[in-house]
Ligand binder design. Structure first.
Ligand code: CTP
Length: 325
């Protein structure tokens, strides 16, 4: 650069399984400790050896990490612990100045600190871990809602034929049950601004225009559409996760199901897009097509989804692993 000063390169590693805003917030803080952030994505084998199998594969975790706006470079198949050999590779080959990790203890199966070596040579820095979310906790939310569904199915089977279900009481129980695993996470306007700033690179939907606005449905709309056990992540959590993506310029926190004429005018929208893979695309032909207005205006387009993965397919992997079904 012009000043001739060397750019500080920092390294953060992790499993980044079921990518969540806690990971995004860790990477955001890591990036602020340097000029360039290199992220090591730990290999499937190393995760299995140190904490049990991840839900998402190396390839899937890599796509998610690379899509975050604070990430400049990635190292695939990183080791779980900073070994002498890997540390030298980071310093010499990748020109890393500091190795960063959250302020939670990261212990190896033998009880030793995974970052001990980096600490010893004074090349370790710490960021604040985000409370209230972790991959394990997300798996817990999915298992808890699967359990509730199983209990409910049991109850329905044993109820008398022809007896109408008391929907109100079912919904009442449900909201109480869901309250148990509601996240206490609340974003402040400062955190939203921190997540909003970032480098801009065009991709996919973004390539079709020069500003990508993402509408995030409210929790109420999601459970109406998908059933009372959804969403797994609440509106604020989903909003920050989407905002952490480098291709996103802005989010509507609590968008209605239908894209209305009002929205199109207010936000100056020139194209509305929807992926070919979704939890349910049946509505696209039905009466309640949420995209009826943009379609009638000739500004709707389907986008080929690059992968088949959905919330349901991820939940199925988790359930298969835990043999709940
Ligand atoms: N991290 C964080 N806040 C969280 C979760 C993770 O700051 N709520 C940080 C970790 O401290 C680490 C990085 O994100 O520096 C990558 O974490 P990862 O290896 O994926 O694992 P965990 O710490 O086990 O997080 P999780 O349980 O969510 O997988």
């Amino acid at each position: 650069n012009k000043s001739g000063k060397k750019r500080t390169r920092v390294y953060m590693d992790g499993c980044f399984d079921l990518m969540h805003y806690g990971h995004a917030n860790a990477l955001r803080q890591a990036k602020s400790l340097g000029d360039e952030l290199v992220v090591g994505v730990v290999s499937d084998e190393e995760i299995i050896a140190n904490k049990g199998p991840p839900v998402l594969s190396m390839e899937e975790r890599l796509v998610l990490v690379s899509g975050l706006k604070w990430v400049d470079d990635v190292i695939t198949n990183a080791p779980y612990a900073i070994t002498e050999e890997f540390m030298n590779r980071l310093f010499n080959e990748h020109k890393i100045d500091y190795i960063i990790h959250g302020d939670d203890p990261c212990l190896l199966p033998d009880g030793t600190d995974a970052y001990a070596l980096a600490k010893k040579v004074g090349r370790y820095k710490q960021i604040k871990r985000t409370e209230g979310v972790s991959s394990t906790e997300i798996v817990g939310r999915i298992l808890a809602s699967a359990k509730e569904i199983k209990v409910r199915e049991g109850q329905e089977c044993s109820s008398l034929h022809g007896e109408p279900h008391n929907l109100n009481s079912i919904q009442g129980e449900e909201s109480r049950a869901n309250g148990d695993h509601i996240s206490h996470f609340l974003p402040t306007s400062r955190r939203i601004v921190q997540f909003s700033n970032g480098s801009k690179i065009l991709k996919s939907a973004r390539q079709l225009g020069d500003f990508l606005l993402v509408g995030i449905h409210s929790d109420h709309i999601v459970s109406e559409q998908r059933g009372m056990h959804h969403p797994i992540m609440h509106l604020h959590e989903r909003s920050l996760s989407v905002l952490a993506c480098r291709y996103v310029d802005e989010v509507i926190i609590g968008a209605p199901l239908e894209v209305t004429r009002d929205m199109i005018t207010t936000f100056n929208i020139s194209l509305v897009v929807h992926g070919t893979v979704a939890e349910s695309n049946t509505f696209l032909n039905g009466k309640t097509d949420p995209y009826a207005v943009p379609k009638s205006m000739g500004i709707f387009q389907m986008l080929q989804s690059p992968k088949n993965i959905t919330t349901t397919s991820v939940a199925q992997r988790i359930l298969a692993n835990h043999e709940v079904l």
